[in-house]
Design a protein around this ligand. Structure first.
Ligand SMILES: [Zn+2]
Length: 72
């Protein structure tokens, strides 16, 4: 089973909402249950900030399947 993890995060493409932990850093879904991916260093111009990123729990795949079932 392949579960997306922190190594797949492309911090350069994250939206502010994803950095704030409102949306999944991996699949951009709205987060209701989340898991920490750990802390990432993100560079804004000349400054670098350490931001904790969050993703769907238990996994993006599980959340997607649950969502599909609900709307079917
Ligand atoms: Zn996700």
């Amino acid at each position: 089973m392949s579960t997306a993890d922190a190594s797949e995060v492309d911090v350069r493409r994250l939206a502010l909402d994803q950095m704030r932990g409102w949306y999944c850093a991996l699949c951009r879904a709205r987060l209701f249950a989340d898991r920490s991916l750990g802390r990432f260093e993100i560079t804004f111009g000349r400054t670098t900030e350490t931001v904790e990123l969050w993703a769907c729990a238990p996994s993006c795949e599980a959340v997607r399947q649950a969502t599909t079932r609900r709307s079917a």
